[in-house]
Each structure stands twice: as C-alpha cells, then as structure tokens.
Design a protein around this ligand. Structure first.
Ligand SMILES: *[C@@H]1O[C@H](CO)[C@@H](O)[C@H](O)[C@H]1NC(C)=O
Ligand SMILES: *[C@@H]1O[C@H](CO)[C@@H](O)[C@H](O)[C@H]1NC(C)=O
Ligand SMILES: *[C@@H]1O[C@H](CO)[C@@H](O)[C@H](O)[C@H]1NC(C)=O
Ligand SMILES: *[C@@H]1O[C@H](CO)[C@@H](O)[C@H](O)[C@H]1NC(C)=O
Length: 612
C-alpha cells in the first residue's frame, strides 16, 4: 500500500483532532520541560487544554493494524483514500506538537512550540537589553527569594541552600534596567516621582503605638539634623508585638514600600502586613536581623499574635507569618534605606515550603493583594515619611550592579559557589567556577550602571571583568579553543563544551563595553574589549555551521570531544539561538549570520535543508 502524506482536510482533520484530544494531556503537557540554565525564561505555548470527548472515528474509516519503524505494532486507521496515524505518534516520531483551537473545532499542527522572535530595533549598547524587559526573574520557580540583605535574587536551582548565581543576578538587573528605559520613555519625566506613588506617615498622628504583650511602645517625634522629621521608637522586640505602625495605602498597584531607618541593635525589626484578595489570608512578612539558618525566607512557627491591634477582628487561622533575613544590610546606629516589593516578597514566602514542588511556585500579580500596615519593633529611629510605589526598577537595577561590584573576585570574576555537572557528570565544574555568560551579562549591566548612575566604580568593575576572557578554562578562566578558534565558555569544562547561547551573550557584553565613551586613561582597556569581541565574532562565523543540523540547532559541541550523541537544542533554546544570532547579525550588519538565522527560523516552521 502506498501511503501518501496528503492531508485530506476534512477527514484527517477530524481524526487528528480527536486523536490529539485523546493524547493531549498525556503527551503535550509534558512539553513544559525544565529550563535548566539561566539563559532564558521561555515557556512553551500554553497547551493545556481540557480533555474533551469526541467521537474519534473518521467517517468510513476502519481500525487497522499498522507497523512502524522496524516492526513496532501500532494503531492506525484507513479508508479508501488514506491512512491515519495518532497525533501522539506523529508528535514523537516527527518532533511535532499541536493544539486545539479555543472553539474546539480547529486543530493546529506545528513543529516548534517556542515562539520565534527577532530583535525589534537597532541595538543600543546602553539601551534596553534585548527583550529582557519581558523577563520576570523574581517569579522563576528556582528563585528562592529576593534577599533582604542584598536586594538581589538567590537561587536554589543546583543546591537546596539558597546561593547567589551571578547570571541570574545580572539578568535581574538588566530586566529592571530595560523596564526603566521603556517605561521612562513613555512617562513624562518632569513629573514628580510621587505621582507614581503615595507618601504616608508624615503626620505624627498617622503613627499608631501598640501596647501589646505587656510591653509599652513609646514614640518620640523630633527633627533629625540629617533626615528632618523622624520618630524614635522603643517597643518590645518579640514578633508577637505589633510595635509602632502606620497604615498603608490599599491601592492595589502600590506594592513597593520604601523608607529610611536607623536600627540600634539586632533586636530591631519591621513587618509588612498584607491581605490576599482571593481568600482574605493575612500574610505577615517580618524583616529580622537573623541568619535564619542560611535560608533567606522561612515560615515563622505558630505564635499567638495580638490581632486586635492591627486587625480588628481576631483571626486565629487565616494568618501566616514569614521572615526574611535582613542581617548585614543595615549597620546598627546608621541610616539606611529599605525598599521592598512586597508583592514579590509575599509570593516568594508562600513558595518557600520545605517540600515544595515546581508546581507550587506562587506567582502574584498586582491586585492579588493589598498592603495593610508597616510596623516596627525594638529600638530604632525611622524617618516619618513612608513611600509606597508601583515599581522599584531603579533600585533593583542599582542593587544588582552594586552586588557585582562588591562580589567581584581578584580575577575579575563572579564565581558560582555550587558544583555544576553536565553530560552525565562527564564534565564537572567544582564550586568556584566562572562563566563567560556571567562575565558578559555582568559587563552589560555594569556599562549601563556607569552610564546611568555616573559612578566610575561600575566602569572599573566592567573592565576588570575582561581578565577572565584571557585566561584558559584549565586555569580557572573562560577561554577555550576549538581547533584554533577562540571561544568564551558558559561552562568552562575540560575538554570544552562550547555552548552557543552563552558564547553569544558574552559577545554582547564585550560589544557593550567596546562602545563605551571613556576618557583617555581607559581607552586601551576598551580596545581590549574590542579585540576580544572581534576575535569572538571571527570564531562565530567559522564555527556557526557546526551548530546547524539542517532541521534544528545544536546546543553545544560536547559530542566532538566526548564521542557522544550531539546535544540537540530544545525548541525554546533554538528560539534563543535565533534571537541572539539576529541580535549580533544586526550589530555586525552581517549577511551570513542573518541568513543563517532566517534558515533557522524556517526549521521551526517545518522547513528542512535539502538532502542529496
Ligand atoms: C510634562 O509635564 C509638564 C508639567 O505637567 C508639562 O508642562 C509638559 O508639557 C509635559 N511634557 C510632555 C512632553 O508631555
Ligand atoms: C532615640 O533613641 C536612641 C536609642 O534609644 C537614643 O540614643 C536617642 O537619644 C534618641 N533620640 C531622642 C531625640 O530621644
Ligand atoms: C536583644 O536584646 C537583648 C535584651 O536587651 C540583648 O541581651 C541582646 O544582646 C539583644 N540582641 C541583639 C542581637 O542585639
Ligand atoms: C591557553 O590555551 C592555548 C590553546 O589551547 C595555548 O596555546 C596556551 O599556551 C594556553 N595558555 C596558557 C597560559 O596555558
């Protein structure tokens, strides 16, 4: 029997539709694979459809026995014109996927579940970073918290104890910088920032003093030389004590809280009380000077809480309490500024259960909660003015850049404190390894920080980050060679792994620095960035064809040295390859790179290279 690959529209359509509905939940939802790098936050098209019961026999079809791929028996159907196979088989066999339309009557078969995107405008090395404004690092399931000590994310991807992952931190900074750029261009800059928020607590009668738990709370209002109107607070330090507090604005968009304070010892703490819209759950987020056993956020044990002070009606259930470790952020007896996005902190807290699974990740959106109050305990002085805003882009951007400056090692790198193994542990990086992607992302963030915040410390740090590009992987650097072509390694394994996307990101970092306008003193260092970039581009043009399978792309070149099968790129990484290649092709105005990217886009729509 001659089998024709011909889609008899009506018939095959109905069949594929019902067969797919049948297998949909089983197969297609599996497509939401783990993205195990910090390369990209891509989620496949949402394919979760409700299972529906539909009569699956195409008119006139007969249930037949078919054999596929060297003797494997399988179900199929045939009529006088054609033979029909289950969508689940087609999906696996031809690496395809599909979805039923919203109305349930259409079915779309497609090759790639990832959306192919290309950069929209000409790249500005000081502008928004790619499409990072659409990133949401703080809601990734592997992000345990935004640390209250450093205001940057902490990861639990490769270790259960939260640790700092430089790539993630740089992406967090670049994300917020990109949003800052995009939102500022649409906002009237001459307008006072307060239009974007509210100011509370300026009047002394806005400050409530709670005398709870046999403790008295004293408030003393006075003018501080440095800060103006302040309030000295002396209250019991137990978390069960409500202390002195201010009611917050309940506008759903104003979830960022900011204030200046001066804690006098490690017993001082503050708490934001928020109320979830969905179930009226009250969430207390305490910021405390405690190490928290290495956790950055943890749930407080059940304690009796004097509800009637802040909340009018008693709530024994309906209330949870979490703490964030604040130790080390504010030196005692000195002023510091606190800025917290409570929406993010509550979501991370609710996601922090000990035995949580990936699916337990809680993502909150503006409107999901309202802030109730901000309270202080212990001995402290706080500026009366409390600010509540919609966003904290500038603060997050600055925090990430400052983290990079503070945590750069003597080699100019940002070391990863956990082990990383790839290729079934054939390639292992011991804790303390460096990544060209971290160096590149770090430079991209620091050049923007230098430009936006006008502090040379960011420039010096970016320049220092070049050093590792000159050091071989085997010596703790990120430089490798592939048959004489230099490469900057996302994972500097020995032998090399030659991951494509991390290399491309590192080139963008080098490019950003090479374009920076600097004084004569730094010119030679900027030239170094230019040289490293040019050498990388030369390698890219030579080696790019090795990543092309004719129907998709390859993630890395591990197979060359390990003698294993090639590590084919998943469709979402394929999309990352396309985006980055177009990005660099645009910078270079290079036809070969651009045409290669176009061909790769074709692969996602089922096109393949011709065979002989
Ligand atoms: C920005 O706002 C100021 C004051 O409200 C106004 O005078 C000015 O025309 C506005 N500029 C733009 C570009 O809208
Ligand atoms: C505020 O409190 C601190 C610490 O308790 C104390 O040293 C300081 O004198 C107080 N200031 C005023 C004006 O009372
Ligand atoms: C907290 O207060 C207690 C009692 O005043 C004191 O002994 C302790 O040292 C304080 N803790 C810190 C971390 O300052
Ligand atoms: C680094 O690697 C290159 C090529 O593999 C080699 O020629 C060079 O000598 C190495 N440099 C050091 C310092 O080991």
């Amino acid at each position: 029997m001659k089998w024709r690959w011909r889609w008899n529209r009506q018939r095959s359509y109905i069949f594929v539709l019902c067969a797919t509905l049948f297998f949909l939940s089983k197969y297609i939802s599996n497509e939401k694979g783990r993205i195990d790098e910090e390369d990209e936050e891509l989620s496949p098209v949402d394919l979760q459809e409700e299972e529906k019961k539909i009569e699956c026999e195409p008119p006139g079809a007969i249930d037949s026995k078919c054999i596929a791929d060297n003797g494997k028996p399988m179900r199929c159907w045939k009529d006088e014109e054609d033979v029909y196979f289950p969508a689940s088989f087609l999906k696996k066999r031809f690496d395809m996927t599909g979805k039923v339309g919203k109305d349930g009557s259409t079915f779309e078969l497609f090759t790639s579940y990832a959306k192919m995107r290309t950069p929209e405008t000409n790249y500005d090395p000081l502008g928004a970073f790619g499409h990072f404004s659409t990133y949401s690092v703080e809601t990734r399931d592997r992000v345990r918290c935004i640390s209250a000590k450093t205001n940057v994310p902490m990861s639990t991807q490769w270790d259960t104890v939260p640790y700092y992952y430089p790539i993630q931190i740089a992406q967090y900074g670049l994300q917020h910088y990109s949003r800052l750029k995009i939102e500022n261009s649409t906002r009237n800059k001459s307008e006072d920032d307060s239009k974007n928020g509210v100011i509370l607590g300026v009047k002394s009668n806005e400050w409530k003093g709670a005398a709870g738990m046999h403790e008295t709370t004293e408030r003393l209002f006075f003018n501080d030389e440095e800060k103006g109107k302040v309030v000295n607070i002396s209250a019991g330090y137990a978390l069960a004590n409500a202390g002195a507090y201010v009611y917050l604005d309940k506008s759903q968009n104003l979830h960022v809280v900011s204030f200046d304070w001066k804690p006098f010892d490690g017993n001082a703490s503050f708490t934001v009380l928020a109320k979830m819209k969905q179930d009226d759950l009250l969430v207390l987020i305490n910021y405390v000077f405690s190490e928290g056993n290495g956790k950055c956020v943890w749930q407080e044990e059940e304690k009796s809480y004097d509800e009637d002070i802040i909340v009018q009606k008693p709530r024994k259930d309906g209330q949870v309490s979490y703490s964030y470790s604040y130790v080390g952020n504010a030196p005692f007896g000195e002023w510091s500024t606190v800025t917290r996005d409570v929406l993010v902190d509550v979501a991370r807290a609710l996601s922090s259960g000990e035995n949580r699974k990936k699916d337990d990740n809680v993502v909150l959106h503006p409107g999901d909660l309202r802030l109730v109050s901000l309270g202080f305990r212990g001995q402290l002085t706080v500026k009366q003015q409390i600010n509540q805003r919609e966003e904290q882009h500038l603060h997050a951007f600055r925090s990430a850049a400052d983290w990079l400056v503070t945590n750069q090692d003597e080699k100019g790198g940002w070391a990863v404190p956990v082990e990383r193994s790839i290729a079934d542990r054939k390639l292992v990086l011991s804790p303390g390894w460096h990544s060209a992607m971290a160096q590149g992302h770090g430079i991209s963030l620091l050049t923007r920080a230098y430009e936006h915040l006008h502090d040379v410390k960011y420039l010096f740090s970016a320049i220092k980050a070049l050093e590792l590009f000159k050091v071989n992987s085997s010596e703790g650097g990120v430089r490798a060679e592939f048959f004489g072509n230099v490469w900057y390694e996302e994972y500097p394994t020995t032998p090399g792994s030659f991951v494509l996307n991390g290399f491309l990101y590192s080139l963008i970092g080098l490019y950003d620095l090479s374009k920076l306008d600097v004084t004569q003193n730094e010119k030679s260092k900027i030239q170094e960035a230019t040289d490293l970039y040019s050498a990388g581009i030369q390698s890219l043009k030579r080696l790019l064809p090795l990543y092309d399978t004719g129907s998709g792309t390859i993630y890395d070149l591990r197979h060359v040295f390990l003698g294993s099968a090639p590590n084919l790129a998943r469709w979402d990484y394929h999309a990352v390859h396309v985006y980055l290649l177009k990005w660099i092709a645009g910078i270079e105005k290079d036809d070969f790179l651009s045409k290669t990217a176009d061909r790769w886009i074709g692969y996602a729509y089922g096109k393949r290279a011709k065979h002989n």
